[in-house]
Structure formats: C-alpha cells, structure tokens
Design a protein around this ligand. Structure first.
Ligand code: HEC
Ligand code: HEC
Length: 247
C-alpha cells in the first residue's frame, strides 16, 4: 500500500493523508523518543559515575587501622577486644558500626555530652571513626550475667512487655527479644554492664530536666528520652540487670 505514495509525499510535514499523517506523527515522535533514550542513557552513565564517586568516598573501612587506633587510645578503658571489664565503661564489641559511628560523631559535636569521650572523639577524623567502628563491630561480644534474682523478674517483664499503663513500649520491640538490637538504628544491649545501662537510662531521663542534674544528660535520642522519662530508678535497675544477662 505504502508503495502507492511517493516517499517525498510522505516526508512532507503535516501531510494529512491517512497513511502519511500516521507516518508523519511517527516521525515527529521518533525524534523526541530518540532524545529521551539518549538522555536516559546519559543519566544512567552519569549515575554510575556518581555511584562510583560515592563508593570511593565511603571506601571500605580499614580494619587494621581501626585496630591499631583502638590499641593505642582506647584499650585502657574498653579492653583489648572491646569487651570492657569496668562496669562504668561500655562494652563495644559486636555493636552495630552505624550506631558506634553516630555516637562518636555526637561526642565530637557535643550532641552527646561526656567529658572523656568528647576529648577522644574530637581528635578523630571521619575515617578514623569508620575504621574503629567497623573493627569493633567485627569483635566477638562477651556474655554478661544478671545478679539480682528478685529484681530480674521485674526487669524481664519490662523488657519483654513494657509497662502498659505508662505507655512504656517493650524494649524488645526495638532492641530485639535477645538484645542483639536491629541494625542500623537500634543498638545491641545484650550482655552490657548493668551499671553502664542504668547510667544511660538515667541520663536519657534527666537530660534537660530541671530539678535534676541538667549536665548529666544524654540528649541524642528522643525515643529513649520519652521511654526513660516514665521510669523509676528501681525499674531502671531491674531492666539493666536483666539486659546484662541477655544473650
Ligand atoms: C578514660 C576511659 C576511656 C577511654 C580511654 C575511651 N573511652 Fe570510650 N567511653 C568511656 C566512657 C566512660 C563511656 C560512657 C560515656 C557516657 O556515659 O556517655 C564511653 C563511651 C564510648 C562509646 C559509646 C558506646 C555506647 O554504647 O553508646 C564509644 C563508641 C566509645 N566510648 C568509643 C571509644 C573509642 C573509639 C576510644 C578510643 C579512641 C575510647 N572510647 C576511649 C571511657 C573511655
Ligand atoms: C521505639 C524504639 C525503642 C524502644 C521501645 C526502646 N529503645 Fe532503647 N534505644 C532506641 C534507639 C533508637 C537507641 C539509640 C539512641 C542513639 O542513637 O543514641 C536506643 C538506645 C538505648 C540505650 C543506649 C545503649 C548504649 O550502648 O549506650 C539503652 C541502654 C537503651 N536504649 C535501653 C532501652 C530499654 C531498657 C528499653 C525498654 C524500657 C528501650 N531501650 C526501649 C530505641 C528504643
């Protein structure tokens, strides 16, 4: 059929002959489509360049450097393998690297206040922090033990079920039933020293709370502040003891 019409006829712009109109429209479409395709191709090419750059920036953490930095500056308080044996100093081994990074960055910025740690963190570059955080995450966490037979039952109830009439959510919901946490946002708690956990709960609770020691606060988590705000010292002690024995 097409052969009936000379090619030149069909190439005329705006030809209204049924067959030519179709082919003209097709031709009109063809150009933008080709452009769209090449634009798409260019975008994809560009995206892969950006992806490559982002990848290069977030280069693989250097665990050897992380280990060396930790050995030089941190072992005195957090122990050689990151499983501190001093109840006031947290165990760090096996913690999610993203959580550790967040803490180091916030010690540096002052969002999480602690005189000792802000000193160390301030001297670290982003790369140092990444290296140390990923090295710590690769270390095996050591188990702990609950020590208070009477309180631990209350602690277990709170951890697993929360406290309904005060709208305290179950810790297990965010930190997982066995305390392993949920990467990357929710830290591992299992086996942590009860003393450190209790101090943190009180610090979340007391941050910016007039009438209590305002300085002794931890103001880097709204979620935890809301939970801790509702808890008594006894409940905190109980849940911290239960957490120490979680594995
Ligand atoms: C002089 C003792 C001391 C030294 C040395 C020390 N820390 Fe700490 N670190 C602490 C204490 C105490 C805390 C708890 C701070 C708080 O109560 O907020 C802590 C907390 C942390 C936390 C937060 C853990 C959590 O579960 O939220 C990280 C991460 C950390 N230290 C990493 C390091 C690294 C990395 C180094 C070495 C560059 C280091 N620390 C050196 C005493 C120390
Ligand atoms: C809605 C989610 C959620 C619930 C429920 C929750 N937490 Fe947390 N918790 C978090 C988040 C998020 C963080 C990390 C805060 C940060 O980034 O500094 C955290 C941090 C903590 C820390 C600090 C850990 C460390 O190494 O310093 C402790 C201790 C803790 N939670 C205990 C508890 C206890 C006990 C309960 C139950 C009474 C509980 N959490 C319930 C979300 C939750």
């Amino acid at each position: 059929m097409l052969g009936v019409f000379p090619e030149s006829h069909c190439k005329m712009r705006g030809c209204i002959h049924p067959i030519c109109a179709v082919s003209t429209r097709d031709r009109r479409l063809a150009t933008p489509d080709r452009m769209k395709f090449s634009a798409l191709f260019a975008t994809a090419a560009l995206a892969s360049v950006f992806a490559f750059n982002a990848h290069a920036q977030a280069a693989k953490p250097d665990l050897n450097k992380g280990s060396a930095l930790f050995a030089a500056q941190c072992v005195a308080c957090h122990a050689a393998d990151g499983n501190s044996t001093t109840p006031a100093n947290p165990k760090l081994a096996g913690q999610h690297p993203e959580y550790l990074l967040k803490q180091l960055q916030e010690f540096k910025s002052g969002k999480r206040e602690n005189a000792i740690m802000s000193g160390f963190a301030s001297a670290m570059s982003d790369e140092d922090m990444r290296n140390v955080a990923f090295w710590l995450a690769s270390q095996k966490p050591k188990d702990g033990f609950a020590t208070d037979k009477d309180l631990v039952r209350l602690g277990e109830r709170i951890y697993r079920g929360g406290i309904a009439n005060r709208q305290i959510a179950a810790c297990a919901g965010c930190h997982s039933p066995n305390g392993a946490g949920i990467p990357a946002q929710y830290p591992r708690l299992a086996g942590q020293h009860a003393e450190y956990t209790a101090t943190q709960m009180k610090a979340f609770r007391d941050h910016g709370n007039k009438g209590r020691d305002e300085k002794a606060g931890r103001g880097n988590s709204t979620q935890m502040a809301q939970i801790a705000a509702q808890m008594s010292d006894r409940e905190i002690k109980a849940v911290a003891d239960y957490i120490a024995g979680l594995r």
